[in-house]
Design a protein around this ligand. Sequence first.
Ligand SMILES: [Fe+2]
Ligand SMILES: [Fe+2]
Length: 472
Amino acid sequence: MAHISDERIPNNVELEKDRRLRRALEKWQPQFLDWWQDMGPEGFQGEDIYLRTATSVEPGGWAHFDYVRMPEYRWGIFLEPKEEGRTHHFGDMVGQPVWDEVPGEFRGMLRRLIVTQGDTEPASVEQQRQLGHTAPSLYDLRNLFQVNVEEGRHLWAMVYLLQTYFGRDGREEAEALLARRSGDEDRPRILGAFNEPTDHWLSFYMFTMFTDRDGKYQLAALAESGFDPLARTCRFMLTEEAHHMFVGETGVQRIVDRTCELMKRDPNEDARAQGGIDLDTIQKYINLWYSLSIDLFGGEISSNAADAFAAGIKGRYKESKRFEDHVCKDATYQLEVLEDGRVVEKEVPLRAAMNEVLRNDFVEDCQRGVTRWNKVIEKHGLDYRLKLPSRRFNRHIGAFGPAHTDPDGNLISAEEWARRRDEWLPNDADEGYIRSLMQPVYSPGQIAPWIAPPRRGINGKPFEFEYVRWKS
Ligand SMILES: [Fe+2]
Ligand SMILES: [Fe+2]
């Protein structure tokens, strides 16, 4: 087994000097590599992929590009540099120094948050493991693998926290993160959206648009944390997350662009007749992935969210920059809940509504993306507009979990839902159609007919660049 060293594992946590961590990682790293071989991208493990590797947190250092075989990717451990004198800036402990160790009373809460975040990282790799076989271009294939290796690194980031700060149970949790499997009946991943199949590229772009964006907001909330190593870890992860959302948003945008072209070519504006993905179907996948992702924020009224805010562990989006009141002790918040089958406004303590507050920022951010997609349709001179469904639509948890609504959020009966579900969410025929389009295109500069090429390539390279080099 390879000796664990700063050379093998780029880091800024003085790994060479930290004997305990080195020991823990020496045991965990081979298990990680086994997991990567079993559950990482199927095929392609021997190919040379043009990837970005983080080798330091300095500007420029975190974006080093070169050809690398995925199993030889240097998964590293990086925290943003420590800010001396940092204090809690929200919750009950405002003004007190932040923690460099886990405080006993919040150990359970912190462990749960870190494990839940950590679990999503390998889960998404598992969900996406078949996609390489149907990539629409080498550019997209490379982007998929970039996302995959970075989710692998995010797992490392959470494992670092577990192994360094949580002793034996941290080491056990680190192993359990490699043992659960997305979609498995007996040992599923922790959160719903991470057990859904992402087995074609339309779902992949929707996932990276909406579900990775949930990740951005969860990480941003934890980046405010008074547990300093967690805050510093999450801040660095956010730099990588931006690319994942770029892949999703521009992926959908390129499909929309191509669809519009095909519509204009068809006498009935029928994109499917021209071998493309029609806008109605794109809308259904928006409905699906947006609603799955919005569930990830948790219930509208949550004592866990209130406790995490009070403890200074999970803040609001850009907590330090955006709000006047960072304690929120007596403040209240108005939100919608379901009571006796009716939507009613309810005033609740603000701390208990923190999930909803974070969800608001997510919704706004998603809307900006959808607006950009609609600009593309407008440019083509077409009248169709895509939209986000109501946040009540297709919920599985929270106030609207038990209800059925149409995409506008109007309450409907279970019968109507059963009858009309297929108008609003992808049905078997849609899935079958999308899968039928998924034929791989592996020649540099070529692209599948259902998606437009990107406007520019990666790291200043053109679209035609050979982003993946076949060895076998
Ligand atoms: Fe991630
Ligand atoms: Fe991500």
